[in-house]
Design a protein around this ligand. Structure first.
Ligand SMILES: *Cc1c(COP(=O)(O)O)cnc(C)c1O
Length: 223
C-alpha cells in the first residue's frame, strides 16, 4: 500500500497538466487530510455539509473546499461562508437558496450544474432540456450571487469503458453547446468540466475533463 503522499504525487503527475485534482476526503479522519495537506494538496472534496464544516473549522484556511454531494437546502447556510465550489447543483430551488445565502455572506459562490448522464436512476442532476430551461429563466438570470463555472457529471458505475466514454462524451457535448450558444452571461466564466473519479478518471481526461474527483485511490477504500 502506498501512502497518501505517494498516491498524491502520482496523481499530480498524471492529472495536473490538464485538470485540477480534487482529493475526495469524505468519511476520512482529519489526520488523513493533514497528511495530504502536508504533501501540498489544497483542493478537498466532501459530500456532507456538516462533516465538511467540521473539517474546515479544524484545518488551515487556505484549503479550497468542494461540495460534491447531493445537498439539502436547509444546510446550505453552514457552508455559504467558506465553500470554494459546489459541484452538485441538481435543482433550480437549490441554486436559489445558494444565491440567497451567498448574498447574506456578501459573496459570489462558484457552482457547477450537475447533469444526469448515467443509465442509473439513482444519480441526481438535470437533463439537457431542464438545463436549458433553467439558463433561460428570468429568475435565474437575476441571481447575482452565484457564478456558474461549468458542469459536473457521474458516469454509470460499470467496467464497460465504452459506455463510460459515451456518457462523458455526451456531457462534454452539452458543455460545448452551452459555451458556444452563449446561453450564459459572460460574467459566469464557464470553463470547468468536472468528471472522473478513481475508476474512470483516465477516460474522463481523454474526453476533456478539467477537474477530477479522486477519493479511494488517494486515501484508500472507504468503509
Ligand atoms: C465519493 C465521490 C467521488 C470519489 O470516488 P472514488 O471512487 O473514491 O474516487 C467522486 N465524486 C463524487 C460525487 C463522489 O461522491
Amino acid at each position: 500500500m502506498s501512502t497518501i503522499k505517494e498516491s498524491l504525487l502520482r496523481f499530480r503527475e498524471s492529472v495536473q497538466p490538464q485538470a485540477t485534482l480534487v482529493a475526495v476526503s469524505k468519511t476520512k479522519p482529519i489526520s488523513d487530510l493533514e497528511e495530504a495537506y502536508a504533501a501540498g494538496q489544497r483542493h478537498f472534496g466532501e459530500n456532507k455539509i456538516q462533516e465538511m464544516t467540521e473539517k474546515w473549522e479544524h484545518l488551515p484556511k487556505d484549503i479550497h473546499w468542494h461540495m460534491i454531494g447531493h445537498t439539502q437546502r436547509n444546510k446550505v447556510k453552514y457552508m455559504a461562508p467558506y465553500v470554494h465550489l459546489i459541484h452538485s447543483i441538481d435543482s433550480p430551488r437549490l441554486l436559489k437558496e445558494i444565491n440567497k445565502q451567498a448574498k447574506k455572506n456578501d459573496r459570489v459562490i462558484d457552482c457547477l450544474l450537475q447533469i444526469h448522464i448515467a443509465r442509473e436512476d439513482s444519480k441526481f442532476g438535470f437533463d439537457e432540456e431542464e438545463l436549458i430551461a433553467l439558463l433561460n429563466d428570468q429568475a435565474f438570470k437575476d441571481y447575482k450571487n452565484v457564478q456558474i463555472k461549468g458542469l459536473m457529471g457521474m458516469a454509470t458505475f460499470t467496467d464497460n469503458h465504452d459506455q463510460v466514454r459515451e456518457e462523458f462524451q455526451s456531457l462534454a457535448a452539452t458543455f460545448e453547446k452551452i459555451k458556444n450558444d452563449e446561453l450564459l452571461d459572460s460574467r459566469h466564466n464557464f470553463t470547468e468540466l468536472s468528471m472522473g473519479m478513481t475508476g474512470d478518471y483516465e477516460v474522463a481526461l481523454e474526453e476533456g475533463s478539467t477537474m477530477v474527483r479522486i477519493g479511494s485511490a488517494i486515501f484508500g477504500a472507504r468503509d
